[in-house]
Design a protein around this ligand. Structure first.
Ligand code: CP
Length: 317
């Protein structure tokens, strides 16, 4: 594997899940693979899970790990080409990226959607500049449109907890006070569509995702109908995708909060969320504190997904 930005880079899912099982059972088996190799993790945005789990994955593989927070101590970066740099950004990303590439062997990048220009977000301008100019393998630690390490960890978790071969998995929109990107739901949909699960998306009208990610999923606007007989409820907020409302909040209706009454409609479903989660906005205390909440094992599997991806990249060096 050279770069990892979506489900399309992981190859056969069955084989990826077998690799995940091996890595989980043998976390230190490949210490020699990463010896004298440097992993650089670049964050344009905040993180708890991605930062720690990806560092841990690199360390498990014997790598040296450097973490750079662009907005804390690094020069502020200009990302637009052709601009007169007379503002507050002293360095252009066109020099910064190859310089960063010169100091490492593999680069992870976190760069969220900015909600300024839909085209810039959906063309993944920042991530693609790293792929183009770093000279090194690049993996996404959540970009503008996808969060593939999260989705891979979600898939591993569903496989570990599922009680039927083809579970019903429901992605539900839930309210949030701030406008959040579509990366997690887009990516989750893309990975679920690559399985043979029954996959349903439910959200209020106006929150339709990009058709490219929805693909063969069933879209059900009636949330109670969507919850019926679900085996997994995966909650996430996202801001509107469709024009002219791109990046806007259209609803904060708490009728969409995941709570016990709706969970009672399911097949004793497990509750999932990528975290961080706003309690009693996205999910009630009662649900997230229940036995059916698997948000912690889901987060723990972030080490496994990152380690499989890093191992595949190292094998390709
Ligand atoms: N789920 C996730 O990516 O968490 P962080 O934003 O804390 O990395």
């Amino acid at each position: 594997m050279r770069n990892f930005t979506s489900v399309h880079d992981i190859g056969d899912l069955k084989s990826a899940l077998e690799k995940a099982k091996y890595v989980k059972e043998n976390p230190f088996a490949d210490q020699e693979l990463g010896k004298n190799k440097t992993l650089l993790l670049i964050f344009f945005n905040s993180s708890l899970r991605t930062r720690l789990s990806t560092q841990k994955a690199g360390l498990n593989l014997g790598m040296n790990v450097i973490v750079l927070d662009i907005n804390q101590g690094a020069w502020k970066l200009e990302t637009e080409k052709g601009v007169i740099m007379d503002g507050d950004k002293p360095e252009h990303i066109l020099e910064a990226i190859p310089v960063m590439g010169a100091y490492c062997d593999v680069i992870g990048v976190r760069s969220f959607a900015q909600f300024e220009e839909k085209a810039a977000d959906y063309n993944e301008v920042i991530l693609n500049q790293f792929i183009q100019y770093s000279g090194k393998p690049i993996f996404s630690m959540e970009a503008a449109t996808r969060h593939p390490l999260q989705s891979f960890a979600d898939l591993i978790t569903i496989e570990e907890f599922k009680k039927t071969e083809k579970p019903k998995v429901v992605l539900t929109w839930a309210p949030h006070p701030r406008a959040l990107p579509q990366a997690v739901p887009n990516s989750f949909a893309e990975w679920m569509n690559a399985t043979d699960y029954q996959f349903v998306i439910t959200h209020p009208e106006g929150y339709e995702l990009d058709e490219k990610f929805v693909a063969n999923a069933i879209v059900e606007y009636d949330k109670e109908k969507a919850y019926k007989d679900a085996d997994f409820i995966y909650a996430k907020n996202w801001a509107a995708y469709q024009d002219p409302n791109y990046g806007k909040i259209l609803s904060t209706d708490r009728a969409w909060t995941v709570e016990s009454k709706k969970m009672a409609l399911t097949n004793n479903a497990y509750f999932m969320h990528c975290l961080p989660v706003r309690r009693n906005m996205i999910v009630s205390d009662e649900v997230i504190d229940s036995q059916q909440s698997i948000v912690i094992p889901e987060a723990a599997n972030r080490v496994v997904s990152a380690q499989v991806v890093l191992k595949e990249i190292l094998l390709g060096l």
